[in-house]
Write a protein that binds this ligand. Structure first.
Ligand code: PHE
Length: 354
């Protein structure tokens, strides 16, 4: 048996060196290692050897088999490297100064409206913040005065991850607590009011149609200081919306329920198409619902470390949750919400900054 294995080894080594590509290598591998290969043939011969020599002969074949497998791997790596080298040498070199033939891209309408709003808020002294899309239950609900099993959770059914109790954020309000913790010290030590907007992608378990999507964008804003009142809220919203629509807008507040604001409102703007007389765009009411908002609930300020048990009303603030997707639909006259996420270049490249 030893002579046979040695002879096969010599043949194997010669054949291995002779292969020059991966197809040849695979062929060689099959001729040695497959069920009909040379090593299997040796195995079959084992039955004809005297019993007292079987063990040693079996070991010999097995060791040879391992040796062959190892050499195949090594040769495969060598051939891979050679192939890569050949590819690099044969490809034309890349000249980055060559003019491109593809058309110039365009910004997504949500990006356009988001940047426009960021600029407006920055000019009013707001910081712009980014936030995660995957959040925990505490930030998305509990810190916002929505305890476990509270019926208000039904309004925001979202997607839960199977690990770590995490979920896709159902609203940008999920960042409120983090923002309060980030800027709270400056407010308390230096008297610097907290003014921040934080745009973001949100998710809800929605039935999709032309007005609803399971993925949409909001821009949240908060302002916190001593003596912040509803008048401040109205002023900022009115100024911002007049800039966006490039004309003076009239706003009104209606009561609205959100557990994290008290009082809570729905902010409407007077219909820009009919000027308030009533038309199909505003369904005859003269008003368009645009932005839920309200005064931040004392429990939320406490969760965010802004107010203490001893002085629970020292600081007050307002929050709003602007529907960026909605605003983009109104501003650009988009009739079907689905175009924002479908990635249809023809539909998306029509929008331009003002
Ligand atoms: N987060 C709320 C929603 O998405 C909107 C909101 C934000 C309401 C801030 C009040 C204050 O439904």
């Amino acid at each position: 048996m030893k002579e046979k294995v040695d002879a096969l080894r010599t043949k194997f080594q010669a054949d291995l060196q002779a292969v020059s590509d991966k197809a040849g290598l695979e062929e060689l591998r099959l001729s040695f290692m497959s069920k009909k290969g040379a090593i299997q043939d040796l195995m079959k011969e084992l039955s004809q050897i005297p019993n007292d020599q079987k063990k040693d002969a079996g070991q010999l074949i097995n060791m040879f088999k391992q040796e062959v497998a190892k050499h195949f791997d090594e040769r495969k790596k060598e051939l891979d490297a050679l192939e890569e080298k050949r590819l690099i040498e044969s490809s034309e070199s890349y000249d980055e100064s060559m003019p491109t033939e593809s058309p110039v891209g365009s910004y997504h309408p949500i990006t356009l409206i988001q940047r426009e709003l960021e600029d407006i808020f920055k000019s009013m002294g707001f910081d712009v913040e980014d936030y995660n899309e995957i959040v925990d239950d505490y930030n998305c609900f509990e810190a916002l005065n929505i305890p476990k099993f509270h019926p208000a959770r039904d309004m925001q059914d979202t997607y839960y991850l199977s690990t770590n109790n995490q979920l896709l954020k159902s609203h940008t309000s999920a960042a409120q607590n983090t923002i309060m913790r980030k800027y709270g010290d400056k407010l308390k030590k230096n008297g610097r009011p907290i003014r921040a907007v934080f745009p973001g992608r949100c998710f809800r378990n929605e039935a999709i149609d032309s007005c609803h999507d399971n993925t949409f964008f909001q821009m949240e804003g908060v302002m916190i200081d001593e003596n912040i009142s509803i008048s401040n809220l109205i002023y900022f919203m009115k100024t911002m919306l007049s800039e966006v629509f490039e004309k003076d807008v009239t706003v009104r507040l209606r009561p609205g329920f959100f557990p994290f604001v008290e009082p809570g409102f729905e902010l409407d703007i007077q219909c820009l198409i009919c000027g308030g007389d009533g038309c199909p765009s505003c369904k005859g009411s003269g008003w368009l619902e645009l932005c839920p908002c309200g005064m931040i609930h004392p429990n939320v300020l406490k969760h965010g470390g802004i107010n203490t048990e001893e002085d629970p009303f020292k600081y007050t603030g307002f929050a709003f949750g602007l529907g960026l997707t909605r605003l983009a639909m109104m501003k650009y006259g988009v009739k079907d919400i689905r175009i924002f996420n479908e990635g249809d270049i023809n539909a998306l490249s029509q929008f331009e900054s003002k």
